[in-house]
Design a protein around this ligand. Structure first.
Ligand code: GDP
Length: 195
């Protein structure tokens, strides 16, 4: 699945812009700075790939990457728009809802959580959207190399507790460090089992 070429395909701003639903896809969601670009780059082995989605102007787009001929990786850029105008936030949320509810080939959402910080209110909001759209989601903890060992278990417990209130949550957590490469093979293997 990950042996083929990976490329940025397009940024989508409306449902009409989605590419043909001709293969399965997984999406990645997370607060700005959670390490989403780094994770997508580590997953695909292509440094710099996901940077496009971080540039200003791309932040309200659904960014599609091809991953060989059989998989789309979909980057749902950072939520938690404290500074964005209300109209922009509302437009983005409408698109996000339509996407989550309407995309037949979407198999799983990966919700990225910074391992140092645990689940925040904005993370709860996206999880609730995923519940409502009945999209199974799985939490990927990021930057595990930055967590103090003494805090690790406490944060994992907080995350598990938060997930227990979300019917669409897949219970297994994936702990990753894009810097060290930890957890990346597990994430790949998880995606490879989806049908
Ligand atoms: P995004 O905004 O979610 O796309 O986040 P980025 O991938 O751009 O990462 C945000 C910051 O966190 C950058 O400075 C990264 O170098 C850093 N970062 C991302 N992943 C890791 C990781 O696994 N370990 C460490 N130590 N830093 C990371």
């Amino acid at each position: 699945l990950f042996a083929g070429d990976t490329d940025f395909l397009k940024g989508v701003v409306a449902m009409s812009g989605l590419p043909p639903a001709d293969r399965l896809e997984v999406c990645f969601a997370g607060r700005s700075n959670v390490g989403k670009s780094s994770l997508i780059n580590a997953l695909t082995g292509r440094k710099g790939l996901a940077r496009a989605s971080n540039t200003p102007g791309r932040t309200q787009e659904i960014n599609y990457f091809t991953c060989g001929p059989e998989l789309f990786l979909v980057d749902l850029p950072g939520y938690g728009f404290a500074e964005a105008p209300v109209a922009v936030v509302e437009k983005w949320q409408r698109l996000l809802k339509s996407y989550l509810q309407g995309r037949q080939t979407l198999r799983r959402a990966f919700v990225l959580i910074d391992h140092r910080h645990g689940v925040k209110k904005v993370d709860e909001e996206i999880m609730t959207l995923l519940d409502q759209a009945a999209v199974t989601f799985q939490v990927v903890l990021t930057k595990e190399d930055k967590v103090k060992p003494k805090d690790r278990e406490k944060i994992l417990q907080q995350v598990r507790k938060a997930l227990s209130t979300h019917p669409a949550a897949y219970p297994e957590l994936i702990v990753t460090s894009s810097d060290k490469g930890d957890g990346i093979p597990t994430l790949r293997a998880t995606i490879a089992t989806l049908e």
